[in-house]
Design a binder for this molecule. Sequence first.
Ligand code: BGC
Ligand code: BGC
Length: 656
Amino acid sequence: MRRVLFFLTIVIFLLTSCGGTPTPLATPAVPSSTAASAPASTPESQPALYTDPSQPIETRVQDLLSRMTLEEKIGQMTQVEKNSIQPADVTKYFIGSVLSGGGGSPDGNNTVAGWYGMVNGYQQAALQTRLGIPMIYGVDAVHGHGNLKGATIFSQQIGLGAAHNPELVEAIGRATAEEMLATGVPWNFAPVVAVPQDIRWGRTYESYAENTELVTTLSVAYLKGMQTPTGVTTPGQSLFALATPKHFLGDGGTAWGTSIQNIFDHPYQLDQGDMQVDEAAVRALYLPPYKAAVDAGAMSIMVSFSSWNGTKMHAQKYLLTDVLKGELGFDGFLVSDWQAIDQISSNYKTAVVTSINAGLDMVMVPYDYVTFIKTLKQAVDKGDVPIARIDDAVRRILTAKFALGLFENPMPDPAWQATVRSDEHLALARDAVRQSLVLLKNEGGVLPLAKDTPLIYVAGAAADDIGRQCGGWTIDWQGKEGAITPGTTILEGIEAAVSAAAKVEYKKLGQFEGMADIGIAVIGEKPYTEGVGDEATLALSATDVNTLNNLRPHVARLIVVIVSGRPLVLTDQLLQMDALVAAWLPGTEGQGVADVLFGDFAFTGKLPYSWPRADSQLPFDFATLPTDGCDAPLFPYGYGLDAKDASPVILDCAND
Ligand code: BGC
Ligand code: BGC
């Protein structure tokens, strides 16, 4: 449905913009200087304190707010997707924020320069408004700047959970911020601070772990890396770039079958569903990462599509306002998820009024901003939304913009452009891959491999595929198979690691002849995200099972590398394998896998999620989970061998 709307919007947009001058998508309702528009209380002749960087931010915000009309305020609360708006309308409607959705890049010019020019076009339009308030551009750089072709793509968060190293995550937060700033973008909708309780969820890989404490530690590290400023050029600047812990609250805690969303003919099960647990459990499991993030200086948080006991999060005044802003003292701004307020009610006015009164500060509309602005304005005029609530929302948004130094430097220094895929960033990404690998089985110490192994057969659909290594949120919203962006595949990494004496052969389906000393099968999941990745079964695909069956008789020892967004059910295949390595979604630097397989670095990763023996165990009930026997996970949370460790004894259980 949203896809259809999206395309309709594009068509209408193309039709209306043919004449050259950008035309609004629907009848414009604002701005006008009629009596209905609340006048600003500070006359333009008063010296503008807000433009003076030596003033404290509160003073600047207060001064600016007192000069703004209602239209200007509502504009600040409006976030529009870039394909749905031309720069001229950013000026006309005082738009406060523009975003790229998943895969959103400058048309036909997905380069650093293309991005910088696109963002600058919107920024210059914002600066042309009466008060010259800069807009803030946002993206989902969830594992590096994934929409940008040629960016450094890091391991998805699940791999960083396995690496369990806060310094590493902090460095990745910083590097990601640098590559965003290179393209003009100061705002990231990351990190995901969910604590997934059911790995059948399509966003499991976007989250660090099933464990609240680990999620909390790594989320704070990421936030600090992204936000801590260096080389500050404006006195009040306290943010390098803006991070966004998401999705508040309990996105990883929904019950199977409670979602009614359906995209690409894939009925969602968990994503955007309902969390059905009591408040004590909500507080214990899901709130701590937010508390820590707020204490560490989070200034923007995204609200979750999901519900709690039947009420949409975007309508949860108690959680958004009383708990997050009140109790936890969050003084940043709350941004909605993509068109999420529309799910509160089929009556748009009710949806707008309910969400803003619940405490939402900025709405990711993302298409029909004219209707949103008109609806909110009418609601304020009628007294359905108090002006004090609007002022509070705008104060929060402006505070973050001042903290970023946007008023002094509306566009980042182009010098950051040298950091995109820099040697330093690639080395960091490769190191993250090494640290993320989890060794699950190593029969007879087959790993590490000798670099002069005479013959190695490599097989599997994930062995030579950058798109598979990267997963969702890479070039496309759902990700894509194939050579979608520059990088090193795992196969290329293996070829580069072995000595001249070794021979490496690759056949995707493993249909080799003869015998090799070593076989390496790289198998796993195709890219996906959100509810499109909600799956009832996590069994290996038939293709992967066939690949293993094809390869096994032709190799003396079989190493299996799993490239996936979560643990997969492979109990039946485990006996075939001499070694098993979970590589998660390692990103563009596949060389890191070979670095460890061939012993240049040790295995240090630990499982961030319990690994199921069978689909029937899911979701795990962590409160009663046995630690041994056939009801226990195949491999428990925190498990991970060193190459010197003996392999575990695998129980023989019927697994249905
Ligand atoms: C957008 C994504 C968004 C999704 C929501 C897609 O069309 O590109 O950014 O998250 O819709 O369903
Ligand atoms: C996702 C968010 C994302 C937004 C913008 C939504 O569909 O749930 O995580 O930030 O789209 O792309």
